[in-house]
Design a protein around this ligand. Structure first.
Ligand code: ZN
Ligand code: ZN
Length: 320
Protein backbone atom coordinates (compact mmCIF):
# COMPACT_ATOMS: atom_id res chain seq x y z
CA UNK A 1 0.00 0.00 0.00
CA UNK A 2 1.09 3.61 -0.38
CA UNK A 3 0.15 7.23 0.11
CA UNK A 4 0.96 10.19 -2.09
CA UNK A 5 1.84 13.75 -1.18
CA UNK A 6 1.51 16.44 -3.84
CA UNK A 7 3.47 19.60 -3.04
CA UNK A 8 1.49 22.57 -4.36
CA UNK A 9 3.50 25.37 -2.78
CA UNK A 10 6.85 25.30 -0.96
CA UNK A 11 7.80 28.98 -0.61
CA UNK A 12 7.45 31.15 2.48
CA UNK A 13 5.98 34.64 2.86
CA UNK A 14 4.98 35.67 -0.67
CA UNK A 15 4.33 33.90 -3.97
CA UNK A 16 6.83 34.78 -6.69
CA UNK A 17 6.80 34.40 -10.46
CA UNK A 18 7.80 30.77 -10.12
CA UNK A 19 6.79 29.69 -6.63
CA UNK A 20 3.71 29.37 -4.46
CA UNK A 21 3.28 29.55 -0.69
CA UNK A 22 2.53 26.54 1.49
CA UNK A 23 -0.04 24.01 0.40
CA UNK A 24 0.01 20.25 0.03
CA UNK A 25 -2.46 17.59 -1.01
CA UNK A 26 -2.24 14.25 0.77
CA UNK A 27 -3.90 11.24 -0.83
CA UNK A 28 -4.25 8.50 1.76
CA UNK A 29 -6.56 5.48 1.66
CA UNK A 30 -8.62 7.01 -1.18
CA UNK A 31 -9.14 10.27 0.76
CA UNK A 32 -7.82 13.69 -0.27
CA UNK A 33 -6.62 16.01 2.49
CA UNK A 34 -5.64 19.58 1.72
CA UNK A 35 -2.99 20.83 4.14
CA UNK A 36 -2.62 24.62 4.31
CA UNK A 37 -3.89 26.76 1.49
CA UNK A 38 -1.55 29.59 0.51
CA UNK A 39 -2.46 32.09 -2.20
CA UNK A 40 -2.94 30.44 -5.59
CA UNK A 41 -3.56 26.96 -4.19
CA UNK A 42 -6.55 26.44 -6.47
CA UNK A 43 -4.42 27.21 -9.48
CA UNK A 44 -1.85 24.67 -8.37
CA UNK A 45 -4.61 22.12 -7.76
CA UNK A 46 -5.71 22.63 -11.35
CA UNK A 47 -2.17 22.32 -12.65
CA UNK A 48 -1.79 19.07 -10.72
CA UNK A 49 -5.08 17.88 -12.29
CA UNK A 50 -6.75 17.37 -8.94
CA UNK A 51 -10.51 17.02 -8.88
CA UNK A 52 -11.77 19.68 -6.47
CA UNK A 53 -14.74 17.53 -5.49
CA UNK A 54 -12.43 14.92 -3.94
CA UNK A 55 -11.37 17.34 -1.18
CA UNK A 56 -13.62 17.02 1.88
CA UNK A 57 -11.19 17.99 4.64
CA UNK A 58 -8.92 21.03 4.80
CA UNK A 59 -6.32 21.52 7.54
CA UNK A 60 -4.90 24.99 8.30
CA UNK A 61 -1.80 25.11 10.52
CA UNK A 62 -1.91 28.81 11.50
CA UNK A 63 -3.16 32.20 10.43
CA UNK A 64 -0.12 33.67 8.72
CA UNK A 65 -1.24 34.60 5.23
CA UNK A 66 1.21 32.34 3.43
CA UNK A 67 -0.71 29.37 4.88
CA UNK A 68 -4.33 30.33 4.26
CA UNK A 69 -4.79 33.31 1.93
CA UNK A 70 -5.96 30.92 -0.78
CA UNK A 71 -8.74 29.46 1.33
CA UNK A 72 -11.63 31.88 0.72
CA UNK A 73 -10.94 31.82 -3.01
CA UNK A 74 -10.98 28.04 -3.06
CA UNK A 75 -14.20 27.89 -1.02
CA UNK A 76 -15.81 30.35 -3.44
CA UNK A 77 -14.76 28.25 -6.40
CA UNK A 78 -16.26 25.15 -4.79
CA UNK A 79 -19.54 27.10 -4.61
CA UNK A 80 -19.34 28.33 -8.20
CA UNK A 81 -18.68 24.77 -9.34
CA UNK A 82 -21.95 23.71 -7.67
CA UNK A 83 -20.51 21.66 -4.86
CA UNK A 84 -23.09 20.18 -2.48
CA UNK A 85 -20.89 17.79 -0.45
CA UNK A 86 -20.15 18.97 3.10
CA UNK A 87 -16.65 20.26 3.81
CA UNK A 88 -14.81 20.30 7.12
CA UNK A 89 -12.08 22.83 7.88
CA UNK A 90 -9.70 22.28 10.80
CA UNK A 91 -7.82 25.32 12.03
CA UNK A 92 -7.22 27.97 14.71
CA UNK A 93 -10.18 29.59 16.52
CA UNK A 94 -10.30 32.83 14.47
CA UNK A 95 -10.42 31.09 11.09
CA UNK A 96 -14.20 30.69 11.06
CA UNK A 97 -14.75 34.38 11.82
CA UNK A 98 -12.34 35.44 9.06
CA UNK A 99 -13.97 33.23 6.43
CA UNK A 100 -17.54 34.08 7.39
CA UNK A 101 -16.78 37.83 7.54
CA UNK A 102 -15.58 37.71 3.95
CA UNK A 103 -18.64 35.81 2.81
CA UNK A 104 -21.00 38.11 4.72
CA UNK A 105 -19.35 41.25 3.33
CA UNK A 106 -19.87 39.92 -0.17
CA UNK A 107 -23.47 39.01 0.62
CA UNK A 108 -22.70 35.48 -0.47
CA UNK A 109 -23.28 31.98 0.80
CA UNK A 110 -21.98 28.55 -0.19
CA UNK A 111 -23.96 25.88 -1.97
CA UNK A 112 -22.54 23.30 0.48
CA UNK A 113 -22.29 23.13 4.27
CA UNK A 114 -18.97 24.01 5.92
CA UNK A 115 -18.11 22.83 9.44
CA UNK A 116 -15.25 24.42 11.30
CA UNK A 117 -13.34 22.32 13.83
CA UNK A 118 -11.13 24.33 16.11
CA UNK A 119 -7.58 23.13 16.71
CA UNK A 120 -5.77 24.03 19.88
CA UNK A 121 -2.06 24.50 20.03
CA UNK A 122 -1.19 23.45 23.59
CA UNK A 123 -1.46 19.65 23.46
CA UNK A 124 -1.80 16.97 20.76
CA UNK A 125 -5.38 16.17 19.88
CA UNK A 126 -7.16 13.62 17.70
CA UNK A 127 -9.17 15.81 15.33
CA UNK A 128 -10.46 13.21 12.86
CA UNK A 129 -10.80 9.46 13.08
CA UNK A 130 -12.37 6.84 10.83
CA UNK A 131 -11.91 3.07 10.38
CA UNK A 132 -9.14 3.79 7.87
CA UNK A 133 -7.08 6.59 9.42
CA UNK A 134 -6.52 8.99 12.31
CA UNK A 135 -5.51 12.66 12.10
CA UNK A 136 -3.82 14.26 15.10
CA UNK A 137 -2.92 17.93 15.49
CA UNK A 138 0.17 18.70 17.56
CA UNK A 139 1.68 21.90 19.01
CA UNK A 140 4.45 23.83 17.31
CA UNK A 141 6.26 26.93 18.52
CA UNK A 142 5.89 29.94 16.27
CA UNK A 143 5.00 33.63 16.57
CA UNK A 144 1.27 32.83 16.73
CA UNK A 145 -0.72 29.68 17.65
CA UNK A 146 0.40 26.96 15.23
CA UNK A 147 -0.16 23.23 14.94
CA UNK A 148 1.26 20.46 12.83
CA UNK A 149 -0.80 17.49 11.64
CA UNK A 150 -0.07 13.77 11.68
CA UNK A 151 -1.98 11.43 9.39
CA UNK A 152 -1.83 7.76 10.33
CA UNK A 153 -3.32 4.83 8.51
CA UNK A 154 -4.99 2.20 10.67
CA UNK A 155 -4.09 -1.47 10.48
CA UNK A 156 -6.27 -3.09 7.82
CA UNK A 157 -8.04 -6.43 8.12
CA UNK A 158 -6.14 -9.55 7.15
CA UNK A 159 -6.30 -10.42 3.45
CA UNK A 160 -7.83 -13.70 2.29
CA UNK A 161 -5.39 -16.22 0.82
CA UNK A 162 -7.64 -17.21 -2.06
CA UNK A 163 -5.39 -19.99 -3.36
CA UNK A 164 -5.25 -21.65 0.05
CA UNK A 165 -9.01 -21.20 0.50
CA UNK A 166 -9.64 -22.93 -2.87
CA UNK A 167 -7.28 -25.76 -1.95
CA UNK A 168 -9.23 -26.37 1.23
CA UNK A 169 -12.58 -26.12 -0.60
CA UNK A 170 -13.82 -23.20 1.46
CA UNK A 171 -17.12 -21.90 0.02
CA UNK A 172 -17.28 -18.23 -1.02
CA UNK A 173 -20.06 -17.54 1.51
CA UNK A 174 -17.55 -18.14 4.33
CA UNK A 175 -15.04 -15.56 3.02
CA UNK A 176 -16.67 -12.67 4.85
CA UNK A 177 -16.25 -14.27 8.27
CA UNK A 178 -12.65 -15.22 7.53
CA UNK A 179 -11.80 -11.67 6.45
CA UNK A 180 -13.22 -10.55 9.79
CA UNK A 181 -10.85 -12.80 11.68
CA UNK A 182 -12.87 -16.00 12.13
CA UNK A 183 -11.34 -19.49 11.93
CA UNK A 184 -12.97 -21.84 9.41
CA UNK A 185 -14.70 -25.06 10.31
CA UNK A 186 -15.29 -27.72 7.65
CA UNK A 187 -18.42 -29.89 7.58
CA UNK A 188 -16.34 -32.71 9.07
CA UNK A 189 -15.48 -30.42 11.97
CA UNK A 190 -11.85 -29.71 11.09
CA UNK A 191 -10.88 -26.25 12.27
CA UNK A 192 -8.49 -24.24 10.11
CA UNK A 193 -6.97 -21.31 11.94
CA UNK A 194 -7.56 -17.85 10.50
CA UNK A 195 -3.82 -17.25 10.18
CA UNK A 196 -3.46 -20.22 7.83
CA UNK A 197 -5.93 -18.85 5.29
CA UNK A 198 -5.11 -15.14 5.44
CA UNK A 199 -2.19 -12.81 4.82
CA UNK A 200 -0.79 -10.31 7.29
CA UNK A 201 -2.05 -6.83 6.41
CA UNK A 202 0.67 -4.37 5.37
CA UNK A 203 1.96 -2.22 8.25
CA UNK A 204 0.14 1.14 8.30
CA UNK A 205 1.91 4.19 6.86
CA UNK A 206 2.03 7.69 8.30
CA UNK A 207 2.78 11.26 7.29
CA UNK A 208 3.47 14.30 9.49
CA UNK A 209 3.36 17.95 8.50
CA UNK A 210 5.39 20.24 10.76
CA UNK A 211 4.48 23.76 9.73
CA UNK A 212 6.19 27.00 10.80
CA UNK A 213 8.15 26.48 14.02
CA UNK A 214 11.42 26.94 15.81
CA UNK A 215 13.27 23.78 16.73
CA UNK A 216 11.64 22.21 19.78
CA UNK A 217 12.61 18.73 21.03
CA UNK A 218 8.95 17.79 21.59
CA UNK A 219 8.24 17.86 17.85
CA UNK A 220 10.29 14.67 17.49
CA UNK A 221 8.02 12.95 20.01
CA UNK A 222 4.86 13.96 18.15
CA UNK A 223 6.13 12.72 14.79
CA UNK A 224 8.15 9.73 16.01
CA UNK A 225 8.58 6.96 13.47
CA UNK A 226 6.49 8.40 10.64
CA UNK A 227 7.32 7.25 7.13
CA UNK A 228 7.50 10.79 5.79
CA UNK A 229 8.02 14.00 7.73
CA UNK A 230 7.63 17.41 6.16
CA UNK A 231 9.38 19.98 8.32
CA UNK A 232 9.68 23.64 7.46
CA UNK A 233 13.20 24.88 6.77
CA UNK A 234 12.96 28.55 5.96
CA UNK A 235 16.68 29.24 6.22
CA UNK A 236 20.10 27.64 5.77
CA UNK A 237 22.99 27.89 8.25
CA UNK A 238 24.01 31.34 7.03
CA UNK A 239 20.87 32.82 8.61
CA UNK A 240 20.57 30.94 11.90
CA UNK A 241 19.97 34.23 13.74
CA UNK A 242 17.23 35.25 11.35
CA UNK A 243 15.58 31.85 11.88
CA UNK A 244 15.51 32.38 15.65
CA UNK A 245 14.25 35.96 15.31
CA UNK A 246 11.34 34.99 13.07
CA UNK A 247 10.67 31.70 14.90
CA UNK A 248 11.50 29.47 11.98
CA UNK A 249 13.82 26.50 11.48
CA UNK A 250 16.94 25.91 9.44
CA UNK A 251 17.44 22.87 7.22
CA UNK A 252 19.77 21.41 9.84
CA UNK A 253 17.20 21.87 12.59
CA UNK A 254 14.57 20.13 10.47
CA UNK A 255 17.05 17.30 9.93
CA UNK A 256 17.70 17.12 13.67
CA UNK A 257 13.99 16.60 14.30
CA UNK A 258 13.90 13.89 11.60
CA UNK A 259 16.86 12.12 13.18
CA UNK A 260 15.55 12.35 16.73
CA UNK A 261 12.11 11.16 15.61
CA UNK A 262 13.68 8.29 13.67
CA UNK A 263 11.50 8.94 10.64
CA UNK A 264 12.05 7.25 7.31
CA UNK A 265 12.22 10.31 5.01
CA UNK A 266 12.38 14.06 5.49
CA UNK A 267 10.94 16.61 3.10
CA UNK A 268 12.10 20.23 3.45
CA UNK A 269 10.12 23.32 2.42
CA UNK A 270 8.90 26.87 3.20
CA UNK A 271 12.04 28.36 1.66
CA UNK A 272 12.87 32.01 2.15
CA UNK A 273 12.91 33.93 -1.15
CA UNK A 274 16.46 35.03 -0.31
CA UNK A 275 17.78 31.67 -1.56
CA UNK A 276 18.26 31.17 -5.25
CA UNK A 277 19.92 27.76 -4.97
CA UNK A 278 17.48 25.54 -3.09
CA UNK A 279 19.80 22.54 -3.28
CA UNK A 280 21.72 24.08 -0.38
CA UNK A 281 18.84 23.12 1.95
CA UNK A 282 19.18 19.48 0.98
CA UNK A 283 22.97 19.52 1.26
CA UNK A 284 22.90 20.92 4.79
CA UNK A 285 20.09 18.64 6.00
CA UNK A 286 21.87 15.55 4.65
CA UNK A 287 24.83 16.24 6.90
CA UNK A 288 22.57 15.27 9.80
CA UNK A 289 19.89 13.08 8.22
CA UNK A 290 20.76 11.24 5.02
CA UNK A 291 17.20 10.63 3.78
CA UNK A 292 16.47 14.33 3.35
CA UNK A 293 15.12 15.90 0.19
CA UNK A 294 13.81 19.29 -0.66
CA UNK A 295 10.16 19.65 -1.68
CA UNK A 296 9.62 20.68 -5.28
CA UNK A 297 6.35 22.29 -6.32
CA UNK A 298 4.02 20.18 -8.45
CA UNK A 299 5.90 17.02 -7.64
CA UNK A 300 4.17 13.99 -6.13
CA UNK A 301 5.96 11.94 -3.49
CA UNK A 302 4.68 8.40 -3.31
CA UNK A 303 5.58 6.58 -0.11
CA UNK A 304 5.26 2.82 0.30
CA UNK A 305 7.03 0.10 2.25
CA UNK A 306 9.44 -0.15 -0.66
CA UNK A 307 10.59 3.46 -0.35
CA UNK A 308 9.77 6.82 -1.84
CA UNK A 309 9.25 7.75 -5.51
CA UNK A 310 9.26 11.28 -6.83
CA UNK A 311 7.28 12.24 -9.90
CA UNK A 312 6.96 15.57 -11.73
CA UNK A 313 3.31 16.37 -12.46
CA UNK A 314 3.70 18.95 -15.21
CA UNK A 315 6.12 19.77 -17.94
CA UNK A 316 6.56 23.35 -16.71
CA UNK A 317 7.33 22.23 -13.16
CA UNK A 318 10.21 20.10 -14.28
CA UNK A 319 13.40 21.37 -12.74
CA UNK A 320 16.59 19.60 -11.87
ZN1 ZN B 1 4.82 30.57 6.72
ZN1 ZN C 1 4.08 31.50 9.99
Amino acid sequence: MSFELVVLGAASATPTSNSYTTSQLLKMREHYFLIDCGEGTQKQLRRSKTKFSRINNIFISHLHGDHFFGLVGLLSSFHLLGRTTPLTIYGPPKLKEIVLTQFRAAGTYTSYPISFKITQHKVPQVILETDAYTVVSFPLKHRIATTGFKFEEKLMKRGLNKARADELGIPVCDYHGIKNGKDWKSEEGTVISNKEITYDPPPPLSYAFASDTVYVPQTAQYVAGVNLLYHESTFCEDRVDRAKQTMHSTAKEAARVAKEANVQYLLLGHYSARYKNLNQFEIEAKEIFENSMRARELYAYKVSHHGIERKCLTEQAHEE
